[in-house]
Design a protein around this ligand. Sequence first.
Ligand SMILES: NC(=O)C1=CN([C@@H]2O[C@H](COP(=O)(O)OP(=O)(O)OC[C@H]3O[C@@H](n4cnc5c(N)ncnc54)[C@H](OP(=O)(O)O)[C@@H]3O)[C@@H](O)[C@H]2O)[C@@H](O)CC1
Ligand SMILES: [K+]
Length: 213
Amino acid sequence: MRIVTAAQMKQIECNADAGGLSYLQMMENAGTAAYQIIRAHKPDAHVLAIVAGKGNNGGDGFVIARLAAQDGLAVRVVLAEGEPVTVDAKTNFHRLDGLNVTVCPIEQIDRLTDADVVIDALYGTGFHGTLRPSGAKACCFMNESGAYLAALDLPSGIHADTGAVAEGAVHADLTVTFDSYKPLHVQETSKPYCGEIVLADIGISEECHNGIG
Ligand SMILES: NC(=O)C1=CN([C@@H]2O[C@H](COP(=O)(O)OP(=O)(O)OC[C@H]3O[C@@H](n4cnc5c(N)ncnc54)[C@H](OP(=O)(O)O)[C@@H]3O)[C@@H](O)[C@H]2O)[C@@H](O)CC1
Ligand SMILES: [K+]
């Protein structure tokens, strides 16, 4: 079982990119793997709500939104922190243009009452500190939705390396993590927030991990 810190994960991704697997392709692989795992857990789901942050964790969520819309599911995307800011998340956000995906701001999150599955794409390894008001509102919605709650990489509001759990953090039914486990997945403080943990292969070769983890 390989456990790596957020910084080590970044180094592994950098090695993979240098070896020809682009960051955009890693995001595609992460979103695709997570979508397949979530569908296998909830094959009867019809309505998906994806709560997206502005970083790459949100980008993984946009990949899922596209795949689900192409499969004919009803898809709602909440931009919990406004529009995405990273290059790859922006690319995947714009790939939703023309698809049957409802995009709404955080102010309208309470209207999303019909989701069978809620996907937490708010914060991944980039989370630090405490939840700010919009993030807290988004986490509160996810925790109280009553839907099956699947977190991408880690539940939002948890520090990947220390396992510190911010007040109001997401309490998931399923966490799909990418390439390697992170310390929070095994720490006593944070593990109970992850629900079932599934490790997804995102195509990074073994040699990219040499000397790490
Ligand atoms: N690298 C890759 O190629 C791949 C990465 N992958 C995925 O990317 C994830 C890592 O992405 P990432 O590094 O962009 O960080 P992410 O977790 O989205 O969060 C950063 C954002 O959160 C914000 N933020 C932080 N704390 C906050 C707070 N307390 N309250 C409010 N906001 C807060 C922060 O804002 P800032 O603090 O800068 O204002 C920033 O905007 C990783 O977990 C995996 O899912 C996969 O696709 C595989 C390929
Ligand atoms: K997340």
